[in-house]
Design a protein around this ligand. Structure first.
Ligand SMILES: Nc1nc2c(ncn2[C@@H]2O[C@H](COP(=O)(O)OP(=O)(O)OP(=O)(O)O)[C@@H](O)[C@H]2O)c(=O)[nH]1
Ligand SMILES: [Mg+2]
Length: 260
């Protein structure tokens, strides 16, 4: 029996949410991977949905809007006063993706230099990294490469999903936005990250962004689980085959014994 309350109705994902910009997205498919869809239908998702909690870390310069982004999504609140995050903080969000419960642990890390060494001890084991910058501050975009490099020291670059998020969209005029978006798309492509622009003040794209993060993280977790299982099955076949030959040998041996 589950002790957890049911997943909120507004956290249910039935279809793959679309990317923000096609030229800087993690994949161009418009729906979930067919193997993932059938695994969910047949309840073959293994640890995903039962025990697994996916860790997501949010990094970036001080005051770019990391805490506000998480608070807008998780609590639907916005605080205009800046309160620096000291070390780290985290929020849990429960989703249901293709009928399977799926939890995200969102780690909000400190951007201030003096807290960075505490925060970086929590980078390990992330399934996705959200590198955040302020759309009204080009220097914070330049610093994103360094943030990524630091976060990747503690994670496997080949399996972690990357998102580059420009925050405070409401602060830039359309003409300013066009300019910074050009640079941001370049950085995102270089990093192999998916690019998003959001505003925690107005809420623009916040829910869409986290639904995309949850869905892509879920999809990659299920694919990894299926791969693990098929590797285990191959191992099982080899083991059965080797047992077969042992059995054959034993029978033969027994036979010869009995003929003596
Ligand atoms: N106009 C506007 N202001 C924002 C937005 N997001 C955050 N802010 C403001 O920017 C300041 C910093 O926001 P935080 O979310 O605390 O920044 P942070 O990245 O968590 O900072 P550290 O914890 O020090 O790393 C606060 O005063 C927020 O109100 C936004 O979307 N629009
Ligand atoms: Mg903060």
């Amino acid at each position: 029996m589950s002790v957890l309350p049911p997943v909120r109705r507004d956290r249910i994902v039935g279809e793959l949410p679309q990317c923000f910009k096609k030229e800087a997205s993690l994949h161009s498919r418009t729906s979930f991977h067919p193997k993932v869809v059938s695994a969910c239908q047949e309840q073959r998702t293994g640890t995903v949905g039962r025990f697994k909690i996916s860790k997501i870390i949010v990094v970036g310069d001080l005051s770019v809007g990391k805490t506000c982004l998480i608070n807008r999504f998780c609590k639907n609140t916005f605080d205009k006063n800046y309160k620096a995050t000291i070390g780290v903080d985290f929020e849990m969000e429960r989703f249901e993706v293709l009928g399977v419960p799926f939890s995200l642990q969102l780690w909000d890390t400190a951007g201030q230099e003096r807290f960075k060494c505490i925060a970086s001890t929590y980078y390990r084991g992330a399934q996705a990294i959200i590198i955040t910058f302020d759309l009204s501050n080009v220097v914070s975009l330049e610093h994103t490469r360094q943030w990524l490099q630091d976060a990747l020291k503690e994670n496997d670059p080949s399996s972690v999903l990357l998102f580059l998020v420009g925050a405070k969209k409401d602060l830039s005029s359309p003409s300013q936005y066009v300019l910074i978006e050009k640079d941001a798309l370049k950085v995102a492509k270089e990093m192999k990250a998916e690019y998003w622009a959001i505003s925690s003040l107005t809420g623009e794209n916040v829910k869409e962004f986290f639904f995309r993060v949850a869905s892509l993280t879920f999809e990659s977790s299920v694919l990894a689980e299926l791969e693990k299982r098929s590797a285990r099955n191959i191992g099982e076949v080899v083991r059965i085959n080797s047992n077969d030959s042992n059995l054959y040998m034993t029978t033969k041996k027994r036979k010869s014994k009995c003929c003596k």
